[in-house]
Design a protein around this ligand. Sequence first.
Ligand SMILES: NC(=O)c1ccc[n+]([C@@H]2O[C@H](COP(=O)([O-])OP(=O)(O)OC[C@H]3O[C@@H](n4cnc5c(N)ncnc54)[C@H](O)[C@@H]3O)[C@@H](O)[C@H]2O)c1
Length: 321
Amino acid sequence: MPKKVLVTGAAGFIGSHLCEELLGRGDDVIGVDCFTDYYPRFLKQKSLDAVQGKPGFRFVEGDLNDLDLPSLIGDRSIVYHLAAQAGVRASWGQEFDAYINHNIRATQQLLEALKERTDIRFVFASSSSVYGKTTTLPTPEDVVLRPNSPYGATKVTCEDLLALYRENWGVDYCALRYFTVYGPRQRPDMGFHKFLRALLEQRPLDVFGDGSQSRDCTFVADIVRATIQAGDTRTKSQVFNVGGGSRKVLKDILGIMEDIVGTKARVDYGQVERGDVPHTWADISRSREEFGYNPRTPVEEGLRQEAEWLSGIVQEIDRPG
Ligand SMILES: NC(=O)c1ccc[n+]([C@@H]2O[C@H](COP(=O)([O-])OP(=O)(O)OC[C@H]3O[C@@H](n4cnc5c(N)ncnc54)[C@H](O)[C@@H]3O)[C@@H](O)[C@H]2O)c1
């Protein structure tokens, strides 16, 4: 049955893919985004172009902190809340204000608007960053949360707010802890994007640390499928890991990228950045059991698709605006 849904962060990397998939199954989608200046607007506009003008799609440009949210939510049955200030390394110092506004405050505003709306399913994009440097690998959802960055701390706070609004106001939610998402339209601040770009431009690439760090990385189509499945299911649990099904050491990922691009990487290894964690690895048994999640895309294939997309836009990335 087609649904009426709201997607926040619709011009973003994951949000734009989610809108596309929802429209593909016939849903009526309102997408909202305020085009934060974290990365160039033209990249977001390009992502949005994939859905603008499609039947069933309406775009609202605005900040969740300013919009009339009860009206925006109106007759929607699912709210996918992906809007956020992403990025671990940028979350220190004065920049933290943006994380408070776009992550904590915007989520609280949405929850206020959902207080009397127990008929609506609220799907929240959380992050593996809530786990910090955990040594429990693969990591199940119920380990103690010790984020290693201010960004991760804002996601923990959002999850706490969700639980509070569920307990006190009956808000029906799930929080999906995404593990390193990659693929076409990936944000330019993310490692895979930077590495592939450097290879395509035949420049040296910078790696924070010695390359032995490992990541559970998840292709964007798998993330989108999990997000839709979780929205459609009345789950027993509220919090879920969404990973790619395996983890890879960074040096091996660089080797795969070299094969795809056909160039040898010149790597400058540097200091580990504050906020980074050595390893991530999702235990996805709960997502598998409760909503049938099954990641399908091998890293080799996902990176090939990202490289293909990037090679088509690489010359435009630094253009102003
Ligand atoms: N990309 C990943 O690897 C990853 C991993 C874990 C979690 N997440 C989470 O997934 C979500 C999507 O991430 P992404 O990589 O697509 O990021 P993105 O930056 O590409 O997309 C987020 C979008 O939200 C918009 N936005 C931010 N604050 C807003 C506000 N107050 N009102 C309206 N729009 C607003 C931004 O303009 C942006 O277009 C985020 O919540 C992020 O924290 C992403």
